[in-house]
Design a protein around this ligand. Structure first.
Ligand SMILES: Nc1ncnc2c1ncn2[C@@H]1O[C@H](COP(=O)(O)OP(=O)(O)OP(=O)(O)O)[C@@H](O)[C@H]1O
Length: 270
């Protein structure tokens, strides 16, 4: 789905060039769930914006959904296959009601009115917003707006959704809802790239990529990251309670695959 090789990106800062991506190589297969993490300003948002043509890399090669993004025409075409859901839910609604917002994205797709209505109904149901179809978007909660953004992606039958720190402005219930929705879509075949700084969300992901200062420091199995890479300590990450207990079990000789990452894993262990 994504093949990035030695990707570089620089921004202009007056006369200077500010290198933000410094040779990133990452492959994401169709149907995978990958988490991407790293400190503020390390380049996560810049990287994911290259994946759907919103930012143009300065160097390296990048193909997404089988399209070579060095070609300008493909940077528009890729948006049909790969969509982003942003951190700030208010920044991504255009219509005045959820119905209108979804319809807006479907306008240029040449659907009949019946097909369009059926598609809107289907995706509103998928994200649990049927009852809010005609509500004023200004009255939606942050979590409902996130789910509306996901509905817009689904309406376009997008193959991959990149969630850019979507839980950072939500309360615990809203966080759980959007994570569960993403998981459901993943189980149905959508490729998910989940950008987060929350340990508990990383722990839920089978694969984690860790960025620092424009480079990828780690890309692989989540248990290996937490239990044998030494990276979380080196980066000063606070340990999740399940991992703290897991480290005690590890010292007693428990094998890596049995060590807990989440509270659910811990319950199973205990
Ligand atoms: N349009 C821009 N022009 C100049 N510099 C930029 C631009 N966008 C981002 N930057 C800078 O590039 C660096 C990487 O920013 P980016 O938003 O990609 O990081 P991030 O890891 O997503 O950060 P955060 O977690 O805070 O969202 C930062 O130093 C940022 O200030």
């Amino acid at each position: 789905m994504i093949r990035a090789e030695q990707l570089t990106l620089s921004y202009r800062d007056g006369q200077r060039r500010l290198p933000v991506l410094k040779g990133i190589s990452i492959h994401i297969n169709r149907g995978e769930w990958v988490a991407l993490t790293g400190a503020n300003g390390c380049g996560k948002s810049s990287l994911i914006r290259t994946f759907n043509g919103l930012k143009i890399p300065t160097g390296g090669s990048l193909s997404a959904a089988g399209l070579d993004l060095r070609s300008p025409g493909n940077r528009t075409a890729v948006k049909q296959h790969i969509q982003l859901v942003f951190q700030n839910p208010e920044a991504q609604t255009i219509g005045s009601t959820p119905f209108e917002d979804i319809a807006f994205g479907l306008e240029n797709r040449g659907l009949s009115r019946e097909a369009m209505l059926a598609q809107i109904e289907k995706v509103l149901h998928q994200v649990g917003l049927t009852h809010k179809a005609e509500a004023d978007v200004a009255t939606l909660s942050g979590g409902e707006r996130q789910r509306l953004a996901v509905a817009c992606c689904l309406a376009l039958e997008t193959e991959m959704i990149i969630f850019d720190e979507v839980t950072s402005m939500l309360d615990p219930a809203g966080r759980r809802d959007i994570l569960e929705l993403a998981r459901k879509l993943w189980e149905q075949g959508t490729t998910v790239l989940w950008v987060t700084q929350r340990m508990e969300e990383l722990a839920e992901s089978p694969r984690v990529a860790v960025m620092s200062q424009g480079k990828i420091l780690y890309d692989g199995d989540t248990r290996t990251l937490f239990y044998s890479s030494g990276l979380p300590d080196a980066l000063g990450w606070p340990s999740a309670p399940a991992v703290r207990i897991g480290q005690l079990l590890q010292a007693k000789g428990w094998p890596l695959h049995s060590l807990p990452l989440t509270e659910k894993d811990l319950e199973a262990v205990l």
